[in-house]
Design a protein around this ligand. Structure first.
Ligand SMILES: Nc1ncnc2c1ncn2[C@@H]1O[C@H](COP(=O)(O)OP(=O)(O)OP(=O)(O)O)[C@@H](O)[C@H]1O
Ligand SMILES: [Mg+2]
Length: 281
């Protein structure tokens, strides 16, 4: 079924329950970048993620979908140890990036967060100039020695985030002076500037209008040439448009993960079917 057909079908469409690919084929991305196995997450005594195992493919977009409160953001934050900043939060299990255990005591979370960047729901530029928003990360990570190198990284990152042409004559103005959609692209440029391998995006378009959303979606499609991208979204249409793989979460459990088209046309599990057809969520 084409993407347009998915969009036209709307929430009332009944999905055929018969899988067209084997379960094994559904769970194998082409080249594993992130491997999570048996991940549990607790907030104090309350368990928010239950025994989640998933492989995330390199240079693909993976969408995390599921009803509010199912644990999408919690699991996303495990991937760059942002949950470390929540004192009551405890993560168990194993998460490896390129085979390296990110919860190993030898792993520096600050370095990890440069490798695994994050873009949040609400654009959050630093209260600094546009230029500084982008140059700050590379500077604190010792990636730039002089002004020419900083200029080069700033321009390259802003170009990669499809923002350069709009801001090249106003780099000294505050990041907060930009429109919401521009601010979100500035935050993407800021994440790119430290040469990450992975970019995590938690509902990056939910505060944006349809035109700014379309810009970000186009950008995500370009960025996947060079980065592994994971996007949390409440929009089925967005998941269908931007992702190659989709993972459906429900009540802290990863119900199923597979090729996006398969998940949206032939999900294996009735809970996935109910969600994508709008029966709950
Ligand atoms: N900082 C926190 N402290 C305590 N409990 C939390 C915290 N963050 C999330 N939770 C709980 O963990 C569960 C999963 O929340 P999470 O924010 O990961 O869901 P979500 O799928 O991202 O939801 P939404 O779609 O609404 O953003 C919820 O029950 C939530 O109340
Ligand atoms: Mg969330």
């Amino acid at each position: 079924m084409s993407e347009n057909a998915i969009l036209r079908a709307g929430p009332s469409r009944v999905v055929a329950p018969v899988p067209i690919v084997s379960a094994a084929a559904q769970t194998q991305p082409h080249r594993v970048n992130i491997a999570a196995s048996h991940v549990d997450v607790f907030y104090a005594a309350k368990q928010a993620i239950v025994d989640v195992s998933i492989d995330i493919g390199e240079h693909q977009v993976t969408a995390f979908i599921g009803p509010s409160g199912c644990g999408k953001s919690t699991f996303l934050r495990c991937l760059n140890r942002m949950n470390d900043t929540i004192p009551i939060c405890r993560v168990t299990g194993r998460i490896a990036i390129d085979g390296e255990d990110i919860y190993d005591p030898g792993m520096d979370p600050v370095q990890l967060r440069a490798r695994v960047g994050m873009v949040f729901q609400k654009p959050n530029p630093f209260p600094k100039a546009i230029y500084e928003n982008v140059a700050y990360g590379p500077r604190i990570h010792g990636m730039i020695g002089n002004r020419a190198e900083a200029d080069e990284i700033v321009e390259r990152s802003l170009r990669a985030a499809a923002l350069w042409d709009e801001v090249k004559d106003r780099l000294d103005e505050p990041g907060t002076s930009l429109s919401g959609g521009q601010q979100q692209r500035l935050c993407i440029a800021r994440a790119i500037a430290v040469s990450p391998e992975v970019i995590l995006m938690d509902e990056p378009c939910s505060a944006l209008d349809p035109i700014a959303t379309a810009r970000i979606e186009e950008l995500i499609d370009e960025l996947r040439q060079n980065y592994t991208i994971i996007i949390v979204t409440h929009s089925m249409q967005q998941a269908a448009r931007v992702s190659q793989r989709t993972a459906f979460f429900h009540l802290g459990v990863l119900v199923e993960a597979g090729d996006t088209e398969t998940i949206f046309t032939n999900p294996r599990d009735g809970r996935t079917q109910d969600y994508i057809t709008g029966r709950f969520g």
